[in-house]
Design a protein around this ligand. Structure first.
Ligand code: SF4
Length: 383
């Protein structure tokens, strides 16, 4: 079957900046840094010692496109569960360790792909770097030095008065130097803050200090709406300078939502191939259909579609035909009717009540003409 273009670019899609060169590490099967694609992470919200629930949530995250998952490890029961979780998870598992250095060793022994350590929260952490580096090296485990504004080393809090970008960076660079002194280089770094301005500045400064792969995150970003905006703004500011090798959107919302937002941020910046994209107008006094309802129904009807389809849903003839013509598929509405465009040509005009159904039918037809490797089979539901 002949594949049609569907807007698949022959050349790589343009990006705002070249990736800043970083050294590449492995988090299990996923490469982070260097020329590796920017990965999307999330963290489970289940009790880690509840192995089945944790694996169930990891499966949901995997299905949503999560590349790497992190699990908390606050108790011995959680540490005991790590081996089973790491073995059965389809994506690499990172153990998140605060306070108790013994769990760092337990996670490495359990076969976790990586361990996140928070130096500010682990007492006498610096004294144990040699042993941690040796154990991680023996097991092929990478680390994340995860500096966090809320748990900054007390020395630095005293020196800077609060978690400034300089304080976050000094903490991270200090800990990195301790590992490097012991010949250990398989780590990435994060310097998270809940204020995107502080966070962006910290990562900019850190990126000038070394070639460590960087894990981006706005910590405690808030509920879904606010957290999405904070993360998109901060990640956008950094990724548009080529800074960032793996991202985690933190939301007070189910972790699958974090993954969806992270993927959308990367797609918006052409750092990941775009899949379904709905181009819909905001509507205005000229609209001749209910654009919100139309866009929502089309989005719902095409949910799960894996092909890179651009669908324009436009409310009137001012910009409608232009946008609809530029998209793979589109509708320009007016006078109770919708002009349906496929690849720039008007293929039919349908009554308003048939617009959604027609767009979904045409989307299915286009998707079927694609070669399998261009995208997984679409899952299309009717609204
Ligand atoms: S396409 Fe028409 S209805 Fe939509 S925002 Fe533009 S002018 Fe308004």
């Amino acid at each position: 079957m002949t594949a049609i273009g569907l807007g698949m670019p022959a050349m790589p899609a343009p990006v705002l900046a070249e990736r800043r060169p970083t050294r590449k590490i492995r988090v299990g099967s996923v490469e982070v840094g260097g020329d590796a694609p920017i990965s999307v992470q999330s963290m489970t919200t289940t009790k880690t010692h509840d192995v089945n629930s944790t694996l169930q949530q990891i499966a949901e995250l995997t299905a949503a496109g999560c590349d790497i998952v992190r699990v908390a490890c606050p108790t011995q029961d959680d540490a005991d569960a790590l081996a089973a979780i790491a073995r059965k998870s389809q994506i690499p598992v990172i153990a998140d360790i605060h306070f108790q250095p013994k769990y760092v060793f337990a996670a490495i022994e359990a076969g976790c792909a990586a361990v996140r350590v928070n130096p500010g929260n682990i007492k006498r952490f610096d004294d144990q770097v040699k042993e941690i580096a040796a154990a991680a090296k023996d097991h092929g485990t990478s680390l994340r030095i995860g500096v966090n504004a809320g748990s900054l080393d007390k020395r630095l809090l005293e020196k800077y008065g609060k978690a400034t970008p300089e304080a976050l960076v000094e903490s991270a660079v200090w800990e990195a130097s301790l590992f490097e002194e012991h010949g250990f280089h398989d780590f990435k770094i994060s310097v998270k803050h809940n204020d995107p301005v502080v966070m962006v500045r910290a990562y900019e400064m850190l990126s000038e200090r070394g070639d460590w792969p960087l894990h981006l995150g706005v910590t405690e970003a808030g509920p879904a709406f606010q957290g999405t905006i904070k993360s998109a703004t901060a990640f956008g500011a950094l990724l548009s300078q080529g800074i960032g090798d793996t991202i985690r959107v933190s939301l007070s919302a189910p972790p699958v939502e974090e993954v969806k937002v992270g993927i959308q941020i990367l797609q918006a910046l052409n750092l990941r191939p775009r899949k379904l994209e709905i181009v819909s107008c905001p509507s205005c006094g000229r609209a001749q259909v209910d654009v919100y309802e139309l866009a929502e129904k089309v989005t719902a009807g095409l949910e799960g579609m894996e092909v890179p389809l651009r669908v324009a849903v436009m409310g009137c003839v001012v910009n409608g035909p232009g946008e609809a013509r530029e998209a793979d598929l589109g509708v320009a509405s007016g006078n109770g009717k919708g002009q349906i465009f496929v690849k720039g040509e008007v293929i039919k005009t349908v009554p308003e009540r048939d617009i959604v159904e027609t767009l979904i039918e045409e989307a299915m037809k286009i998707a079927e003409t694609m070669e399998p490797e261009e995208g997984a089979a679409p899952v299309v539901t009717t609204p």
